[in-house]
Design a protein around this ligand. Structure first.
Ligand code: NAD
Ligand code: UDX
Length: 473
C-alpha cells in the first residue's frame, strides 16, 4: 500500500493521540492508526473538535489525518496490519483489591496483550507506552507467548515523558527518548527498529536504549523526582509564611545553583494531574513489595506533603474569612490541574472546592477549558462527591461563563490554575464588584500582589510574607 511501516496504537488518550500525531507528522512513509474501545473518543479525533485541548495539537493532526494518520475503532483489523503496536492505555491506581489506593492497575495492558495474541497473524513488536510497574513487560511477554500460532513477539518499553499543555513541543523536541528491550539479538533488533522511527526527527544521541526493567523504572523515578521538587518547595513555602521569608526569593537563590536548577520549583497549592500521585504510589508500592520499607516511606512523604499543602490552602481561606464561609460566594479561577489543558484528573482545585462546599460556601468556578460535566466526573471519582449522593451540590457549585461573573459579589477570589488570562483581568472592575473586605488568594503566585493591594484587596499568596504581619528590620 505504499507505506514502509505500519504502526498501531491502542489507546487514543492524552498520550496516544498526540504521540501518534507527532510520529505521523515526522514520518510520512509510516502509516499510523490509533485505536480505542471508545467510539466517542475516536469520533472526536476524526472531527474538528478533538477530545483533548492541547496547544498546537490541531495543526499537527490536520497535517497528517487521512493521509498517514488514522483513528479507528476497528481494533482487530489494525492489529493485524501493524508491524509495531504501542500500548498506550490508562493504568490508574487500583481502587479495590490487593494494593488498593497504591498499586497501578495494569488490567488494560494485559487486555491489550491478550487481544494482540488472539488476532495477530504475524510476528510483531509490542511497545509498552503506558506507565507501568517495573517487570510488567514480563507479564505482557508471557501473555503474548500463549498464542497457539507459533508467533514470536518482541516486547519493548518506551515510556512517555510529555507534560500536558506542552505535549506538542515536548514530543517534537524531547529531552530524550527511552527504549528498553531484551538484551538478545532479536530484542536488540526490535529496539533498533523503534530507534529508527524516532530517528526521523530526534537526534540519535538523545535516544537511549537500556534493558527493559531500567526503562520501566526510569519513568517512575523521573516523575517521583519532579514531584519531589514541588513538594520540597511547598514545604518551604509554609516556613516562609511563618517567618517572613519570600518563597520566590528562595527559589531564585537556590535555583541559581546549577546543580539544583531553576525549573520546576514553583510553589503552588500542590501538584495535580493524572501522573505524579499515581506514579509515586506505584513506586511506593513496588518498594514495599520488595521489602524496602524505608524507601517506601521516603517517597510516600512527597504525597503526604502535597496533601498537607492542599489542605493548608483551604484552611487558610476559611480562617482568613473570619472563620466562616457559610453562605458566602467564593470565586474559584481555574479548575484544570495546570494551564493550557482541560484535564482535571487529581486537580488540586477540586480539593479546595470540596473543602469549601463542606463549609457550605457558594462556590463559583470559572475555567476557560473545563466542562461542568468533567468537573462532576472527577469529583465523583476522586472525592466520592456527586450530585446524586451529596444533597445540594448542584446548587453549591456554579460554573461561571467568565472570571467577572464568578467574582461579582464574591467575598474572595482564589486563583487555582495559572492560566495567563488571569494575569490580564481588570482587577479594578473586579474589586468594585466584590463584597468588602475583598480577599485574593493566589494559589499560583501569578498576580501582581502590590498592584492588587493598591486597589484595596487583601492578598494572601503561597510562601509570601503578609505585609501586615512582618516588617523589615
Ligand atoms: P487516557 O485515559 O487519556 O487514555 C487511555 C485510553 O485508552 C482511553 O481512551 C481508553 O478508552 C483506552 N483504552 C483502555 N483500554 C483499552 C483497550 N483494552 N483497548 C483499546 N483502548 C483502550 O490515558 P493517558 O493520560 O493517555 O495515559 C495513558 C498512559 O500513559 C498511562 O499509563 C499514563 O500513566 C501514561 N502517561 C500519561 C501522561 C499524561 O500526561 N497524561 C504522560 C506520560 C505517561
Ligand atoms: C508530568 C511530567 O512532567 C511529565 O514528564 C510526565 O510525562 C507526566 O507527568 P504533567 O502531569 O502533565 O506531566 O504536568 P507537570 O507540568 O509535570 O505538572 C504536574 C503538576 O505539578 C501540576 O499540577 C503543576 O501545576 C504542578 N507544578 C509543576 C507545580 O506546582 N510547580 C512546579 O514548579 C511545576
Amino acid at each position: 500500500d505504499g507505506y514502509d511501516l505500519h504502526i498501531c496504537c491502542m489507546g487514543a488518550g492524552y498520550v496516544g493521540g498526540p504521540t501518534m500525531a507527532v510520529i505521523a507528522a515526522n514520518c510520512p512513509k509510516i502509516r499510523v492508526c490509533v485505536v480505542d474501545l471508545s467510539k466517542k473518543i475516536i469520533d472526536a479525533w476524526n472531527s474538528p473538535d478533538l477530545p483533548i485541548y492541547e496547544p498546537g495539537l490541531m495543526e499537527v493532526v490536520e497535517k497528517s489525518r487521512g493521509k498517514n494518520l488514522f483513528f479507528s475503532t476497528d481494533i482487530d483489523a489494525e492489529i493485524k496490519k501493524a508491524d509495531i503496536i504501542f500500548i498506550s492505555v490508562n493504568t490508574p491506581t487500583k481502587t479495590v483489591g490487593i494494593g488498593a489506593g497504591r498499586a497501578a492497575n495494569v488490567k488494560n495492558c494485559e487486555l491489550c496483550a491478550r487481544k494482540i495474541a488472539e488476532v495477530s497473524e504475524g510476528s510483531k513488536i509490542v511497545v509498552e507506552k503506558s506507565t507501568v510497574p517495573v517487570r510488567t513487560a514480563e507479564a505482557v511477554r508471557r501473555v503474548l507467548d500463549c498464542n497457539e500460532k507459533g508467533l514470536k513477539f518482541q516486547v519493548l518499553s518506551n515510556p512517555e515523558f510529555l507534560a500536558e499543555g506542552t505535549a506538542i513541543p515536548d514530543l517534537m523536541k524531547p529531552d530524550r527518548v527511552l527504549i528498553g528491550g531484551v538484551q538478545s539479538p532479536e530484542g536488540l533488533a526490535a529496539a533498533e527498529a523503534l530507534v529508527s522511527v524516532y530517528a526521523n526527527w530526534v537526534p540519535r544521541e538523545q535516544i537511549l536504549t537500556t534493558n527493559l526493567w531500567s526503562s520501566e523504572l526510569a519513568k517512575l523515578v523521573a516523575n517521583a523526582f519532579l514531584a519531589q521538587r514541588v513538594s520540597s518547595i511547598n514545604s518551604i513555602s509554609a516556613l516562609c509564611e511563618a517567618t517572613g521569608a519570600n518563597v520566590s526569593e528562595i527559589t531564585r537563590a537556590v535555583g541559581m545553583d546549577n546543580r539544583i536548577g531553576k525549573r520546576f520549583l514553583n510553589s503552588s497549592i500542590g501538584f495535580g494531574g493524572s501522573c505524579f500521585q499515581k506514579d509515586i504510589l506505584n513506586l511506593v508500592y513496588l518498594c514495599e513489595t520488595y521489602g524496602l520499607r524505608e524507601c517506601a516511606e521516603y517517597w510516600n512523604q512527597v504525597i503526604v506533603m502535597n496533601d498537607y499543602q492542599k489542605k493548608r490552602f483551604s484552611e487558610k481561606m476559611v480562617s482568613t474569612l473570619f472563620n466562616t464561609v457559610t453562605g458566602k460566594k467564593i470565586a474559584i479561577l481555574g479548575f484544570a490541574f495546570k494551564k493550557d489543558t482541560g484535564d482535571v484528573r487529581e486537580t488540586p482545585s477540586m480539593f479546595v472546592v470540596r473543602d469549601l462546599v463542606h463549609e457550605q460556601a457558594k462556590v463559583h468556578v470559572y475555567d476557560p477549558q473545563v466542562k461542568r460535566e468533567d468537573m462532576w466526573t472527577e469529583m465523583d471519582y476522586t472525592c466520592k462527591m456527586s450530585v446524586a449522593n451529596y444533597p445540594g451540590l448542584e446548587e453549591a457549585v456554579t460554573t461561571a461563563p467568565d472570571a467577572y461573573a464568578a467574582c461579582d459579589g464574591a467575598h474572595a477570589l482564589a486563583v487555582l490554575t495559572e492560566w495567563d488570562e488571569f494575569k490580564e483581568l481588570d482587577y479594578e472592575r473586579i474589586y468594585k464588584s466584590m463584597a468588602k473586605p475583598a480577599f485574593v488568594f493566589d494559589g499560583r503566585n501569578i498576580l501582581d500582589h502590590d498592584a492588587l493591594r493598591k486597589i484595596g484587596f487583601e492578598v494572601h499568596a503561597i510562601g509570601k510574607p503578609d505585609p501586615n504581619k512582618f516588617s523589615d528590620l
